[in-house]
Design a binder for this molecule. Sequence first.
Ligand code: NIG
Ligand code: FE
Length: 406
Amino acid sequence: MPTVLTNIGQLASARAELSAKDAGLVADAALAWADTGRILFAGRAADLPHDLRSAPTIDARGATVIPGLVDCHTHLAFAGWRADEFTLRCRGAEYAEIAARGGGILRTVKATRAASEDDLVQRARGFLSAMLGVGVTTVECKSGYGLTLDDELKLLRVYQQMRPDFTGTLVSTFLGAHVVPPEFRDNRTAYIHLVCDQMIPRVAAEKLAGFCDVFVENGAFTPDEARQVFAVSKAHGLRPKLHVDQLADGGGAALAAEVGAISAEHLEFASDDGLWGMAAAGVVAVLLPIAALYLNKPPLDARRCFALGVPVAVATDFNPGSAPSYHLPFAMTLACTMNRMTPAQALRGATIVAARAIGLESELGSLEPGKRADFVLLDAESVEHWLYQLRPNAVVGVYAAGRRVA
Ligand code: NIG
Ligand code: FE
């Protein structure tokens, strides 16, 4: 039996075929879905097909309805926090400097190696349920705080364990090439071999991830090392993703185009040439304004991407260092003020374009017939007003596959 959500003040369909500036806004709308959890209709209430007019209804009481948000870049499972580093940065220390002194990512690696899989699951579940509460129904989760074969598998198994109980969608990414761990400091080649010869084959054989990410930056990996990793990951069916050009222009955007990455993230220092290459290769730019805010780095002007034809997504980058917040609506408001996106572009960036960044754009990310009925009701008169007057939480209902989950 279908269900119809009526009395929607504004519906944002974020349909894929609309232009980058068009959130697909419809006033006085209705949304219908089948028992299968698939959308049957999304549009003007006046156009609701006759066969759906006698279906049971739910009253949206004038709420704004958007697609379930997609956080396409998080480091969800980790142990410990690094609040003291936040204070050091507030006093003027640089992120890279803290890392060089043994803090940063390696500190979280140490804590995460010491944590049990069960403890990590319990903690990550708490984060996920809070994310659902702010409207996030799909989450991409990276490994990268293990950096041994067993600890990387442990992190990816955390995500695998959470998947059956999570009512939304979880996607995993292998980030064994996050940084070189201390035991390989004097032999980085051996670490690349470990990633390529042991980690990737196991991750692929156990179907623990769909993507392979590499952090390309001074203090992390070089473009050539990333090329080696991706040659192997692609042979195992793991599509490339990249953390690039976050602290300096390392040619990362062009590299993303060259290796056929599905997405490239950060990009604060990307060159126009690199972005042009990404546009030509169809690589999604994933902007992470919370990280730019916390590290006090100049944000990327998204209008450069739009002018060149690069699709732009927005994500949190949730992690204990550069982005300790999982509040995706906060990232969307920052994308407007810092990256110069419009609320409509930010909405697309955290729904349909984010879905594309994880290969799920035909399944979810917009409100149109055939897609998963993942949607969020907002106590706001419009998408514009929601992102303008950012409140702790304007969400009044979250549905995944047509079932109320928050
Ligand atoms: O996306 N850039 C690399 N990795 C993370 C930071 C992780 C951390 O600081 O723990 C990021 O910003
Ligand atoms: Fe990240």
